[in-house]
Design a protein around this ligand. Structure first.
Ligand code: SF4
Length: 251
């Protein structure tokens, strides 16, 4: 099954793809060809296509995608964005992941240009309250874009069942902002499937998920969710905002 599906995507490249148009076309073809492929096939395709120019990102909510990459694309760089506003549990999760997957994946911590104190001095105290879009642009979008500058493609754990905005997430996408191919290997997975993978493979999870949180971000902008609320309803609650700007689905 794996070899058969991989043979359907005969456009692996040995050298960097120079033109954005070429990469964009590659992303579109891969999205169509790999739509029904298992996550491991999508990851193997990405690793074969981009080699060391592929990175994955993690919010350290759980290590499902990290584990899939360790199995099917060992050696991949894993970028974790430390905004300076993370829960202690999330930093602990990052350290546990680094220890567990040492030698199989490279955990890289990216940081904003300014510390929280420096940002308070230049932008005003608690920018997350007065202008969360600018705060996310400074502490999430810009540093992640910088961290991904030397890669041609990056992968995330985005899933269609997380929110309406994410319901059209393709398994392979085009990141227009960065001019990179974006891979979403578990886009079609449901929460039940994630939970089953965690249980079966004894995967690390952020302890906040066992304390009422369903989606984990910065502590000033994340709260527990109640009965009947969606996975991302605890993010920027009451601020008319549902995404930080990193994940813009193109199609
Ligand atoms: Fe700032 Fe909140 Fe965005 Fe974190 S999630 S970068 S604290 S606005």
């Amino acid at each position: 099954m794996t070899a058969e599906l991989l043979s359907l995507v005969p456009f692996e490249v040995a050298e960097p793809v120079g033109l954005n148009e070429h990469r964009q076309a590659l992303a579109r073809r891969a999205a169509w060809r790999l739509e029904d492929a298992p996550a491991e096939v999508i990851i193997q395709w990405a690793a074969r296509t981009f080699g060391s120019r592929l990175a994955m990102t993690s919010s350290m909510s759980d290590a499902v995608l990290i584990d899939l990459f360790a199995r099917h694309a060992p050696g991949t760089d894993v970028v974790f964005l430390d905004t300076g506003y993370h829960f202690t549990e999330t930093i602990g999760m990052r350290d546990a992941v680094a220890a567990t997957y040492r030698g199989r994946l490279n955990i890289i911590t990216a940081e904003p240009e300014q510390t929280v104190a420096e940002q308070d001095a230049t932008e005003g105290r608690d920018l997350f309250a007065s202008n969360p879009d600018r705060c996310c642009a400074l502490r999430k979008v810009a540093p992640l874009d910088n961290a991904l500058a030397d890669y041609d493609a990056w992968a995330s754990g985005l899933r269609r069942d997380e929110s309406f905005a994410r319901s059209i997430t393709p398994v392979v996408d085009w990141d227009e902002r960065n001019g990179k191919v974006k891979i979403n290997p578990i886009a079609r997975w449901t929460q039940d499937r994630v939970d089953a993978y965690i249980e079966k493979n004894n995967i690390l999870v952020n302890t906040l998920l066992m304390d009422g949180f369903a989606s984990i971000g910065c502590f000033p902008c994340t709260r527990r969710v109640g009965e009947g609320e969606g996975v991302r309803d605890g993010r920027w609650a009451g601020k008319g905002k549902s995404e930080c700007g990193i994940h813009l689905v193109s199609s």
